[in-house]
Design a protein. Sequence first.
Length: 280
Amino acid sequence: MKYSPKEMKQSLEAQQFNFKKKFGQNFIVDENIINAIVKKAEIDENCLVIEIGPGAGSLTYKLAQVASQVLCYEIDTKLEDVLQHNLRDCQNVTVLYQDFLEADVKIDIKQYQYDTLYVVANLPYYITTPIIVKLIEDQIPVDKIVVMVQKEVGNRFKAQPGNKDYNSLSVYLNYYFDVTKLLDVSRNVFVPKPNVDSIVVQLKKKDQLFQLDHPPFFFQLVRDAFRQKRKTLRNNLKAYNLDMIEQVLSKYHMDLSVRAEQLSITIFVELANTLSRHSH
Ligand code: SAM
């Protein structure tokens, strides 16, 4: 089959498919966007790609042309016939009909042989962050994540210190990944049309992570520092050793009157390591 968004749309119509808002179902019907995502993802033939939410399979079909294997998780069993039809020529695609957030991905990928593991997806927007947090917390050995997300959320992913979108999620993600924007995507390329624009972001695993003495303490400190965005560190970090925090900040020509949004990951790492060394 030659891929055509028109054919995909027709097969959905033939099935009298009801798009489900609760599953974040906005399907891409623009072949150029799909081609652009796949090209920017730079997938090679030894790559296992995980796709979360194949929908009618339009992105899946293109992924299957370049990747070694594609493993999909789709929560909506009503898409089974549509996917079987649309992906009938793709022998290297497996679709597991289950909630990705409940999946045991480490077990699922055990049976594959691959050099690189990528996640490429047009994510269901209601669970964008939980999906990425799951990939990190379940320690799935992903080399790269290329995902379409709501523009506002994507901006937070890649926000740098000093930017209004910079928050604890930015620090969390930028600790593990180099985050870049790959594409802007108009709401007009989806059916049904969502009421937000989207961007495609790439999260590439960092070659080397910052050394943390006690990772959970670092992430807790970051969350606490951002707890009330408008407040200074003196307020948000009351429960910590403020003298010690001030000592570290002074090295960066800062004091306790700064806000968390001004601190780089390097400073957060130094704060966390200094505090945890003195409390253990
Ligand atoms: N990839 C398709 C495309 O680009 O046209 C569909 C993308 S649509 C934004 C999101 C897809 O994720 C839908 O097919 C939806 O049913 C599926 N989905 C929603 N929640 C899910 C979950 N928890 N686990 C797996 N798939 C999910």
